[in-house]
Design a protein around this ligand. Structure first.
Ligand SMILES: *Cc1c(COP(=O)(O)O)cnc(C)c1O
Length: 397
């Protein structure tokens, strides 16, 4: 049996280079960067070196890089910082979208309870928001626009540069959750007019539990974690040097190989989309072009996503329905609801996220496994029988 990991949007396998970059910092160069002796100062040197290398990949200055425990913490800190700054100026309106990651949406919910007004832009059926929607939603009291670079479920890529340009012109801070984009799509925070950006190492073959908040010089941050003077006093706690070194290596590698990997992945993605489109009453979620090179997301009518996942697991195909964070709950994906999929359809979703290691043979195996499993589940489904007998109407033609 083949074993195909097709859940790279949930997390990735670490690259050997990233692992190798971490190892010396566990038992050889294990100093605390805050220690004044030479062991500590060597760790501090490594930390500053990693900061510069990561800054270079994003097109920013090393002082604009803050290390966090991952994408969620970076999103929280970015949004709360912009909100506190806005509050001081009497600006308590935030614009975002209905299909953000929960790290963003739940932070916004918290601010709403405090009296902030939040406008969640409608996402078009193709999974995109337009710069014009952002322009139209900006008010006198808007302090922040937070729109993700690429969606973690349906992979759609937002026009961040144009959105950033509008925000800059209107004097509103622009945050983007770039967790799915970093290492997979090009990022240049200056060219793209980004003020705040979050990324996470484990989405680009680095270690879990480490991420970056980029904050443009002059954007004041608040602390989520009080403590020592680490990270310019903006995040207390001894720096996770091994993870930071692993992240720097993984990001350099991912950015260096980006064009080659994407050139390989896009035809595989499109082959998978083409193959799954042959399944009757199926529909691709998210724009076919403006999407991550490794992302495929489908809805199949008359199917329970969880049942599909479990049977695929038996066939050695490891995928996801919705996002890893929502699986385990019975609520349909908020992302699929946001692009207008009805509840019963949103339940029958499947996300396959490929990596540079995915082969054409694997893609063909996935197509066959999914086609067979969908056909089997439909053959035992009373809902499917009702659809065939015309007692219910098909939603997906
Ligand atoms: C994975 C993910 C996060 C959370 O990152 P963690 O490092 O796991 O906290 C946030 N946003 C998006 C879009 C993600 O895909």
């Amino acid at each position: 049996m083949m074993h195909i990991y097709a859940d790279n949007a949930a997390t990735t396998k670490m690259s050997p280079e990233a692992i190798a970059a971490m190892l010396p910092y566990f038992d050889q160069e294990y100093g605390n960067p805050s220690s004044l002796h030479s062991v500590g100062q060597r760790a501090n040197q490594a930390l500053q070196d990693a900061r510069s290398r990561i800054a270079r990949q994003l097109g920013c200055q090393p002082q604009e890089i803050l290390f966090t425990s991952g994408g969620s913490e970076a999103d929280n800190q970015a949004i709360l910082s912009a909100a506190r700054l806005g509050e001081r100026k009497g600006k308590k309106h935030i614009i975002s979208t209905a299909f953000e990651h929960h790290a963003v949406l739940h932070t916004l919910k918290k601010l709403e309870k405090e009296g902030f007004a939040v406008t969640l832009l409608d996402v078009h059926e193709n999974g995109l928001v337009t710069p014009q929607q952002v322009e139209d939603a900006i008010r006198e009291d808007t302090c922040l626009v937070s729109i993700m670079y690429a969606n973690n479920e349906i992979g759609t890529i937002q026009p961040v540069e144009a959105i950033g340009e509008i925000c800059r012109r209107r004097g509103v801070l622009f945050h983007t959750d770039a967790v799915q984009a970093a290492g997979h799509l090009s990022i240049d925070v200056v060219k793209q007019n980004i003020d705040l950006l979050a990324l996470s190492a484990h989405k680009f073959h680095g270690p879990k539990g480490i991420g970056v908040l980029y904050a443009r010089r002059g954007v004041p941050l608040i602390n989520l974690i009080e403590g020592g003077a680490q990270e310019r006093g903006k995040r207390g706690g001894t720096e996770n040097i091994p993870a930071i070194m692993g992240m720097a290596a993984a990001l350099e590698q991912a950015c260096g190989n980006m064009d080659a990997v994407n050139t390989k992945l896009i035809p595989l993605r499109d082959r998978l989309i083409q193959g799954l489109s042959q399944i009757p009453h199926s529909i691709l979620n998210g724009d076919a072009q403006s999407r991550l090179p490794g992302n495929v997301n489908f809805c199949f009518e008359g199917i329970e996503g969880e049942a599909l996942l479990l049977l695929l697991d038996d066939k050695g195909v490891y995928a996801s329905s919705g996002s890893a964070c929502t699986s385990g709950s019975l609520d349909p994906s908020h992302v699929l609801l946001a692009i207008g999929r009805p509840h019963e359809i949103a339940h029958g979703s499947l996300r396959l996220s490929l990596s540079q290691e995915t082969t054409q043979e694997e893609v063909d195996y996935i197509i066959e496994a999914v086609s067979d499993t969908v056909a089997y589940l439909r053959s035992i489904s009373p809902v499917w029988r009702d659809l065939l007998e015309g007692k219910q109407n098909f939603v997906i033609q």
